[in-house]
Design a protein around this ligand. Structure first.
Ligand code: URA
Length: 248
């Protein structure tokens, strides 16, 4: 990758600003000043880069777990509303994106990365990555509802959800709490499946707790994000059938 692109991805400025800075001699690669913005960086073996005398930690791929709060869009940018990327630190790299989508009012586990291959595989139906949600539901739930989920609910004229697991945690009276595991990720899927149970049942709050092997860290406050541990990253790669190289 070009040197100016590497520095821009790391959030150090625009490509134009960085080209100028490189030309002025503000950047070293392996302790040599480099003035050519097109200088090629091998991502698999990143050299030692400094910008304005400070070491630039470059990794081709980065992975973060966020505890998404309700009220924030799962998008990279929006003109009017706050997005999950607005919640990340200003020094973050520029090419991160959320893997999959949680509704604006849904909370919980969201993976952010710049690794397109991993993201694609985690979302691809053939990899069957399960997602676990906890929902507060208006109305009570019964064993019959558990059976309907297990058999696959038809929730739109042409859409039938694949078999899913409904575990009732609390029920009775006007509301229930349940854990729901789905293997797909269709638009508003959990909400629509609950509505399809009928009798006015509706999701009131929804929180994602797990995606494949990745479990929401209970120490993360809503709106906070942290890098994945090596172990979490290795588990995700394994689940997506990608060989793991801790150096990248
Ligand atoms: N299902 C939904 O209905 N909404 C989400 O945000 C995620 C899954």
């Amino acid at each position: 990758m070009r040197l100016d692109k590497v520095l821009a991805d790391m959030g150090l400025g625009t490509r134009t600003e960085l080209k100028k800075a490189i030309r002025k001699g503000c950047v070293t690669v392996n302790r040599q000043v480099v003035t050519d913005a097109a200088f090629s960086i091998r991502e698999e073996e990143p050299p030692e880069i400094t910008y304005l005398g400070k070491r630039v930690e470059y990794h081709p791929f980065e992975y973060y777990m966020m505890n998404k709060p309700a009220g924030v869009l799962t998008a990279t940018a929006d003109r009017h509303q706050q997005t999950v990327l607005d919640l990340m630190s200003a020094e973050r790299r520029r090419d991160l994106f959320p893997v999959g989508r949680l509704d604006k009012d849904t909370e919980g586990l969201l993976l952010l990365t710049n690794d397109g291959v991993l993201a694609h595989r985690l979302l691809a139906p053939r990899f069957h990555v399960d997602k676990l949600y906890e929902a507060k539901i208006c109305g009570s739930l019964t064993g019959d509802d558990v059976r309907k989920f297990r058999e696959g609910i038809r929730y739109d004229e042409n859409l039938t959800a694949e078999p899913a697991a409904l575990e009732i945690l609390e029920t009775g009276g006007s509301s229930s709490r349940a854990r729901i595991t789905i293997h797909e990720g269709k638009f508003h899927q959990v909400k629509k499946m609950v509505e399809a149970l009928g009798d006015g049942r509706k999701v009131m709050t929804l929180k994602r707790l797990r995606m494949g092997p990745l479990v929401l860290d209970p120490a993360l406050a809503p709106g906070d994000a942290r890098p994945l541990t090596e172990e979490e990253r290795a588990l995700l790669y394994q689940c997506a059938g990608i060989s793991y190289n801790p150096k990248t």
